[in-house]
Design a protein around this ligand. Sequence first.
Ligand SMILES: NC(=O)c1ccc[n+]([C@@H]2O[C@H](COP(=O)([O-])OP(=O)(O)OC[C@H]3O[C@@H](n4cnc5c(N)ncnc54)[C@H](OP(=O)(O)O)[C@@H]3O)[C@@H](O)[C@H]2O)c1
Length: 249
Amino acid sequence: MRALVTGAGQRVGQAIAVELARQGASVAVHYRTSRAGAERTVAACTEAGGEAWLVQGDLSRTAECRAVVDAVRGRWDTLDVLVNNASAFTAVPFEEVSLDHLDAMLALHVRAPFLLVQGLLPLLRAGGVTEARAPGEGGVVVNLHDVGADRPLPGHAAYSVSKAALAMLTRALAVELAPAVRAVGVSPGQVAWPPDYDEARRERIAARIPMGRVGTPEDVARLVRFVVCEAPYLNGVDVPVDGGLSSRY
Ligand SMILES: NC(=O)c1ccc[n+]([C@@H]2O[C@H](COP(=O)([O-])OP(=O)(O)OC[C@H]3O[C@@H](n4cnc5c(N)ncnc54)[C@H](OP(=O)(O)O)[C@@H]3O)[C@@H](O)[C@H]2O)c1
């Protein structure tokens, strides 16, 4: 199995890369600034029984998206899994959202996944993981959405709009690219804290989660493994991994 995981130098992306490596995958570990973290991901992938290599790029820039595509195409002629995980989450009150911030959110969460899928499509068409898949079925795109994509958090209008657009991209890919390539969304609830959340806020959020605990990056990674390896008929859906948070009033 060959997989590209964006934003894999820490947290959820790192856990997904390692979980796929545990299935024997060769992983292209993408990072932007977290070089040391990405190197730790590569080491953890190797230790988990897979292999991995680094690819760098600022995905809010079109040219760097294309460079990431070129790096993968230069190395591989098939791709089984593309995980669009890279993300930025910064609170900005609505009246202070600048054009630059809005553009950056849309570029990272919508344009980059769009360009990566487009650029890697021939490889994804030639890929495919699960033995249960039918002839003609190939690779899979997993997009990291957010349960907040349709239940916006105050202060995150640009983020929420861009994640909602990404969720639509998932569905658009699912209907246009299948059966050769399927697309599935995974929506975490609270699985890794934003660094600026204080203890009181963390406790308030945790108390709302029906499962009685916040999630972990590994909770998300296990779902991605299931989507990739065990669910060849899953296409066009958004699967929450939130301990029930999005179901409650
Ligand atoms: N954490 C949660 O509880 C939670 C909740 C809901 C949804 N999610 C979603 O789940 C995914 C993973 O969450 P996370 O908290 O693990 O993410 P994260 O740590 O906030 O971000 C993952 C990586 O994205 C990369 N990134 C940011 N801007 C980039 C850019 N312009 N170009 C390329 N890469 C860029 C960063 O790479 P570098 O560090 O290398 O710069 C970062 O390490 C995200 O899509 C997020 O929206 C997470």
